[in-house]
Design a binder for this molecule. Sequence first.
Ligand code: F6R
Length: 633
Amino acid sequence: MIDSFEKNPISIHENNKAAAKAVAAEIAALIREKAKKDQPCILGLATGSTPKTLYAELVRLHREEKLSFKNVITFNLDEYYPMQPDAKQSYHNFMHTHLFGHIDIDPKNIHIPDGTIDKSKIHAYGVEFDKQIELAGGIDLQVLGIGLNGHIGFNEPGASRNSITRLAALDNGTRLANAYEFDNISQVPRLSITMGISTILKAKRIVMMAFGASKAAIVHIAVEGQITDKVPASFLQEHTNCTYFLDEASAQELTRITSPWLTGEIEWTEKMIRKAVCTMAAEEKKPLLMLTRDDYYHAGLADLLEKHGTVSDINLKVFNGLRDTITGWPGGKPNEDVPRHPERRNPASKRVIIFSPHPDDDIISMGGTFNRLVQQGHDVHVGYQTSGNIAVSDEFVMRQIDFTVEFDNAFNIDKSRSAKIWEDALTFIKGKTPHQKDTQEIRDIKGMIRRTEARATCRYVGVKDQNIHFMNLPFYETGLIQKNPPTEADIQIHIDLIKKIKPHQIFAAGDFADPHGTHKVCFDVMLAALQRLKAANDESVKECRLWLYRGAWAEWEMWNIDMAIPMSPDQVLQKRNGIFIHQSQKDGVVFQGADSREFWQRAEDRNAGTADLFDQLGLPQYAALEAFMRFEY
Ligand code: F6R
């Protein structure tokens, strides 16, 4: 039944590496098959963040499994216009850095649109580019990524089905999404040369890759929606050999995931029942206890009724389940036996670790709960996993050094040293090129700034100084957006802290959609530490429950919420002031992304949104709710 929703075949993988490996294997097989027949293999290639893991895997295949690219001819989808090929942000440079510089392809077999061509000649150039593809025998396999607005190549919404390689304007949203490659948004070109939609559709095989939660909505629309020029990727539905390779996050809005009861047989677990009923209630805009038999039939839930009793039984069961998640006692309610309370009441005072990937996720994501845990007498520790130093602006650093110079002058403290740091920093920052790595000194200062903010927040909430732990995970310390792969050292730092504290509760970020992947790595190494301790029967985790909060980007779905902590309007304000303490992250941040809201606004919108959802389902009305999912490790 999936086929009645999805108009392209879809291959879902555990993560982007696994998906990239599958695509690389297909490409490698094709190259080898062609080589055997002494034929060229014509590949269409994309740039952007998505195919990086694919290219890394192809490079590995070349190095370790002798995959040769001698018979490969490539055509790239697009290039910014105007753009010098040797510019850092050019797609020429991208391809050289990620693929061509590491394989044995013949340079004359590489074709990337030329961003330096005279404007008046671009039309002829585009016609010629497409002719070159045809002369080579047509593209055997085209790799694509998808833009947040559904663009393919740089064919933005409105592009014609019949378009050929040409000059095309970039949407402002695309420019914003790609601004991270440039110094600032104003430097992102407004134009590009891109293969047209008809050029792309002529490929014999198309592999579309999309990773991460940010792509989930557009993947759903492109694959399940109508074909329309408003969503250029929807034209791929016309192609008879185009497969989407997704990770779990980008697949999450497909009907087979959001409403699996519509696409096949399913097992009605408690979570699945909650998911089905909450989804139906949201669609019908009805409180849970008002849902009728007709609603169940409309929502395709006859099967649920057949297997699990009457409408009122199911409504009530889901209602009670959600009601029981709400508590003002995140560490358990002492001295009172509350049946079905999400936490144990004993011990009344628990040892708690809040793991915060960046120095402000604790307060942004669970500030209300953080505060309650401290107020309710638990021994709350915070483990700040990374230094967060890349997210501090140069201007902010200079202001702090300036202060230090003044301070040292005023109190006669080793003036020459601070003056020298000031001089060095000034010279470096003046000559700094976009995305250049900071000096170690500046990175250290940026880390210090974030530590002082985190400590101030802890003081504000009431955490003891000795309970603040700066873990400075090594994987993060590259000074660049691109981080190192995590290692044993990152896991060991967690093990040491957990063994020292012996927590009854751990709160950790289970938000895997953060733009630079830091939350996910922090989660993975924390989980590895917990699992190792558990496997070794270590005392430190015997009584430890793991609760996951979500970061600033999204909330847990209703059916995944196991504990919901309400906040009064006053508590919302108190949390806001706690977030304000992170001054280096206020009034616009270094990596703003497409969402122009500040972190306190995102947090408030999200917490109020969760409260609204409970309210709409007929549960009590609160100003805000912070939600947690229990995770069995
Ligand atoms: C890149 C290209 C674009 C990207 C798309 C997704 O050559 O043509 O269509 O594939 O913008 O970009 P990322 O992968 O950076 O999310």
